[in-house]
Structure formats: C-alpha cells, structure tokens
Design a protein around this ligand. Structure first.
Ligand SMILES: Cc1cc2nc3c(=O)[nH]c(=O)nc-3n(C[C@H](O)[C@H](O)[C@H](O)COP(=O)(O)O)c2cc1C
Length: 306
C-alpha cells in the first residue's frame, strides 16, 4: 500500500527520538537506506507561541525522501492549528505522538496519557485530519498500564488516521522487558490501515522477527544510534568501511546549522554511540566524553577508527 510516495511494503523507518534525531543523523540514516524519517516530537503549543524554539528541530535534508513531522499536545484546537503551521509545511505526513511516557509530558495529559482517554485522543485525531491536506498518522504504545492497542488502533482508523505505529510496550513498562510482537501481529490483523511495528529491532534476526508479525513497515530507534547504516545492512548491504568518514559527515552537517558551543556537548552522546562496539576502548571513550572541543574529539575518533 502506498501513502504519498512511500510504499509501505517493508518500509524501513527511522524513529522519532527527541535529542537524538538531528538533521545530520536523519540525513545519514536516509543515505544509508531508511525509507522514511520522523522528526523529534514537536510541541503544538510551542510552535504557536514560540516558533523560534521549534524551528531548529524542523530542519530537514534533501536526502529525506519521506518526511514525517511529529507533534504532541492535548488540545484538539491547538493540535489542528499546528498541522498547518508553516514550520511543518515541508513534511509529507503529520504524526501525532500518543506514546511518550516522559512524566513531564504525561502530567500535562499529552503523549501516552492520551491512551487513558480515548474520546479525547479521537477528538484530537479527527481535528488534525479535518485541518490537514496531508495524511495524518498516530504513534502509540500498547496502552498505559495494559494492552489496549487493538481498540486504540481501531479508534485511530475510525478517526481518519492513514497509518499507525505501535511501540509494543506499555507506558508503565518504559523501556523494560521486550516489545510484545504478538500484540503487533494482533493489531495488524484488526485494522485496515498500514501498521508500522516498533521495538527492539537491532539486527537481521530481530528485524525478521518483527517482519513475521505481518507489519507493513518497521521502525528503528535505539538500534540506529551510532549505526545509521543499520538500514543498509537490513537491506542486504554492508557496514561502511570508513566509519570515521560517516562521523565527520554528521559533524559537518550539524556545523552548518548549530554553534560550536552547543555541538561540543550535544555530539558527545553520538560519538559515544559510534564507538560503543570498539573493544577495550573505555579510556578513549572517557576522553571523548570529557573533550572540550569537537576537533579534539574528531582526532581521537580518527585515531581509534582508522
Ligand atoms: C532518546 C529517545 C527519544 C525518543 N523520543 C521520541 C519522540 O520524540 N517521539 C516518539 O514518538 N518516540 C520517541 N522515542 C521512542 C522511539 O521512537 C521508539 O518508539 C522506542 O525507542 C522503541 O523503539 P526501539 O526499540 O527501536 O528503540 C524516543 C526514544 C528514545 C530512546
């Protein structure tokens, strides 16, 4: 099934990850085979009242062929206004976050708190669908404290969502335990819109397990951290020979948009992910974690990777 220019047959998607899915990371993932990429979650309210704060999160790259902008909020009117905010005009799809478990989001009745209030969740989806000339999708979890994903998925479909993504854990689980693949298969069997399966895909084995649920697409989050080439590998390709060149490209893309002062702290986590599989590198990684400059970190990375 096609939505816009995305063929949902085995689509590989880069997950939204707040504080991680920057423009450089998304560009690399798409160049390395991701078919669709999600923005970090964007506050509908902040977009309305303080657009400058959101602007840098809505930067996208030409390499992103199917771009999904994800919004969160709890007020149908504000959410519907966000859909047509000029900051989101270049996205192919507007996705609604109904899965975030972070306490500061949940306490405002947003993210996965909406899984406890199906009428309000439905109202938000309908308001966004009515306001939008583009497809609207929803990303959610199994439920807040128990699995209601089939009921929730059917509600999303009835409210006009074009496709849905399930991270198969409850809010209360956070990231503990494993994603419930049987629940994903049950959801897939009970709706008529495409379903993207999400949770714990990190290699070919876990990818094949996720595909066996019958999903139309697979979304990868943590499995792509420090490995934007995971999409290429899952499509039968190989890890890039020159990992340092990938890191340098990531840095160069970000340097076009962000200050050195911001990046020196921001990039540390990415550098640590890029090096997490290198054996006996704890001392070097500590140096990276405390390095006062990006150029110094790059020099350390070059030495260790080349
Ligand atoms: C650091 C981080 C930030 C995240 N931010 C978002 C977000 O902004 N929106 C969202 O829907 N999910 C967010 N997630 C959840 C992921 O999109 C994904 O559903 C989850 O990590 C499970 O997939 P995985 O096992 O492939 O990582 C985030 C996850 C992580 C680890």
């Amino acid at each position: 099934m096609k939505i816009g220019n995305l063929d949902f047959h085995e689509a590989l998607c880069l997950a939204p990850m707040a504080g991680v899915s920057d423009i450089g990371f998304r560009q690399l993932a798409c160049e390395e085979g991701a078919d669709a990429s999600w923005s970090e979650m964007l506050s509908a309210r902040a977009m309305l009242h303080n657009p400058k704060k959101t602007e840098f999160m809505t930067l996208t790259s030409e390499a992103e062929k199917f771009k999904v902008g994800q919004i969160f909020g709890h007020e149908p009117v504000i959410m519907a206004k966000a859909v047509n905010n000029p900051l989101l005009s270049h996205y192919d799809v507007i996705d609604i976050n109904m899965g975030c478990p972070a306490p500061k989001i949940v306490k405002n009745g947003e993210g996965s708190a909406l899984m406890k209030d199906l009428p309000l969740a439905g109202e938000i989806i309908r308001a966004c669908v009515r306001a939008s000339s583009r497809p609207v999708s929803v990303k959610f979890r199994l439920g807040y404290d128990k699995d209601i994903s089939r009921e929730f998925g059917r509600m999303c479909e009835d409210a006009g969502a074009s496709f849905i993504t399930l991270h198969a854990r409850t809010t209360e689980q956070g990231y503990s335990g494993s994603a419930d693949l049987d629940a994903i298969a049950r959801l897939k069997a009970s709706v008529n819109i495409p379903v993207i399966g999400n949770g714990d895909v990190v290699d070919m084995e876990s990818y094949n397990r996720m595909k066996s649920t019958g999903v139309d697409g697979v979304m990868i989050g943590r499995g792509a951290q420090g490995k934007p080439w995971i999409f290429r590998i899952l499509k039968g390709g190989e890890k890039p020979k020159d990992v340092y060149a990938v890191i340098e490209k990531h840095v160069n893309i970000l340097r076009q948009h962000y200050s050195e002062e911001f990046l020196v702290l921001y990039l540390r986590k990415h550098f640590l992910w890029y090096t997490c599989d290198i054996p006996y590198a704890s001392e070097t990684r500590l140096k990276i974690a405390t390095s006062p400059s990006i150029d110094e970190s790059l020099k350390i990375l070059k030495d260790i990777l080349k």
